[in-house]
Design a protein around this ligand. Sequence first.
Ligand code: NDP
Ligand code: 8X3
Length: 258
Amino acid sequence: MEQIKGKIVLITGATSGIGLSCAKVFAREGARLILTARRIDILKSIAVELKKEFGTEAVTLQMDVRDYNSVKSAVASLDSSLKPVDILINNAGMTRGLDKIHEGKVEDWEETIDTNIKGVLFVLREILPGMAERQKGHVIYIGSTAGHDVYPGGSVYCATKFAVKALAQSTRVDVLDKFVKVTSVDPGMVETNFSKVRFPEDPARAENVYKGLMPLTPDDVAETVLFAASRPWHVNINQIIMTPIAQASSNFINKKTG
Ligand code: NDP
Ligand code: 8X3
């Protein structure tokens, strides 16, 4: 197994959900963390908690992944000892609404595309060259079952996750001769703030998404990310599609498991 202890791990979207669980799991394993998101106060209190619980140092960086300058200056501000990132967890993502494509709101499309495609690329652009130069590193994308099957009202979100799948495959091809590992962890339904962000005006609708079934927890996903990150040097986990037992795919859900 590859040791996680002492590795430099940069996580996007570490204030909540899957990113926050990754922060905890990698802190437990003794990684040196760089936690990023827009809500810097939350990141700072998470860093304090992680120090208390695991004795782990975590540096916090405010960044809006939609803004290339924000990403660039945040990464540039890192102390030189933290610049050689070993593992990038390219996780920050979101969507809004569940409108049919002919009724979709352009501003929702822009926010979703800017965050999930351009944001993922902007962070990658700042971190991957160093990995390629050092011939060492691991990029872990958080994709989705939405990148494998479309579902009604999911059009643009699904398109962004299909794009993430393509970017993961492309990254693997382009850094094949650089000994950089590339993984995509693609979960189905995970109970996080994702649905609250999707339906900000309708908390009951957000809650209803997970009613009647036992969804994945963000910790389930984080432990899977850790599994991929801790394989021996010669092993690359390309893709993991994971769902709760209640879900066969985006469109087949057993709502009698809650
Ligand atoms: P959460 O809403 O709980 O967390 C999203 C995280 O992304 C937050 O930390 C948020 O931080 C960050 N984020 C959002 N927009 C930006 C931005 N513009 N710049 C920087 N950070 C941003 O959702 P999840 O944990 O569920 O989502 C994480 C990833 O998992 C996403 O890519 C999502 O698509 C994917 N996913 C989720 C599934 C689910 O069912 N929940 C299933 C499959 C995949 P802040 O607001 O502080 O900036
Ligand atoms: C998020 C899960 O099912 O809402 O990627 O698309 S789903």
